[in-house]
Design a protein around this ligand. Structure first.
Ligand code: ATP
Ligand code: MG
Length: 255
């Protein structure tokens, strides 16, 4: 039996207090993710994708429902427990890289471990291993301003991986990249997923990026509208994704 890395049960998220203007971002979302899966979340603007990612990444709390990650119920955790959980078990890749400009790529990648008081020797081993996996081992002494967008995003991916999190979460990780760099990053992520069994969940509005996933969850108006599993070639999957997006009336070029 495969282990579940994520279990989401009847999650609801309402923004705003009672008696105020409330907005229901997530109505009733349930799904689970097996260890080693590569899942994409798609849906029109305002459908709740970022909200879903934020409650999964413990940056925000759902109004109702339960979420377990790596066997731990995060909806029951106190804030200080959440901070530790986030630091140890989750890895993030954001659209705008979020690298620190005054640190070298090496230091940026090492950050999650430096914050955890890991020994320098162990840090060096881990940074070199993940940098190699992402093909940036030769530019580690450079600063973010000295490398390309694609290399920055590979650095961000290496940083997300360095502490061996249970899952990597991404909100539009390819959003700021041109198509060639986006493809390079997605190929690297696919390799990590296939060869190291890294679990990845990413939000994307780009059907090309989504076609690298094994499974896509489409959300619309805060509910799961449809699920698509990849069964064959990526090109055929890309077409299937376009077909679903057409029924959703989504803006395929983004906003
Ligand atoms: N902090 C907030 N306060 C109030 N309403 C919010 C807040 N954040 C999001 N919303 C509302 O919740 C709904 C879902 O927003 P969310 O950001 O999750 O959408 P999204 O699918 O990520 O959209 P996009 O593709 O544009 O990034 C929207 O109606 C939005 O206006
Ligand atoms: Mg969003």
């Amino acid at each position: 039996m495969t282990n579940q890395v994520v279990k989401v049960e009847h999650v609801e998220k309402i923004y705003g207090k009672k008696n105020e203007n409330q907005s229901i971002a997530l109505k009733d979302i349930s799904f689970s993710m097996a260890e080693g899966e590569f899942i994409g979340i798609m849906g029109p603007s305002g459908s709740g994708k970022t909200t879903l990612l934020n409650v999964l990444s413990t940056l925000d709390r759902p109004t109702n429902g339960e979420i377990s990650i790596a066997g731990r119920d995060i909806t029951q955790m106190k804030n200080n427990e959440l901070a530790d959980f986030r630091a140890n078990s989750l890895g993030f890749i954001f659209q705008d890289f979020n690298l620190l400009e005054n640190l070298t790529l090496y230091e940026n990648i090492a950050l999650p471990l430096s914050l955890q008081d890991v020994k320098a020797k162990k840090i060096k081993e881990r940074v070199e291993t993940v940098a190699k996996q992402l093909g940036i081992q030769d530019i580690l002494m450079k600063f973010p301003a000295e490398v390309s967008g694609g290399q920055k995003q590979r650095t961000a991916a290496a940083r997300a991986l360095v502490h061996e999190p249970a899952i990597i979460l991404g909100d539009e990780p390819t959003g700021a990249l041109d198509s060639k760099n986006a493809q390079g990053l997605l190929e690297a992520m696919t390799e990590l997923n296939r060869e190291q069994d890294v679990s990845i969940l990413m939000v994307t509005h780009d059907p090309q990026s989504a076609s690298y996933c094994e499974r896509i969850l489409f959300i619309q108006d805060g509910i799961l509208y449809k699920e698509l599993k990849r069964t064959g070639e990526r090109k055929a999957f890309y077409q299937e994704i376009l077909d679903v997006l057409a029924t959703l009336g989504a803006d395929q070029d983004g906003e």
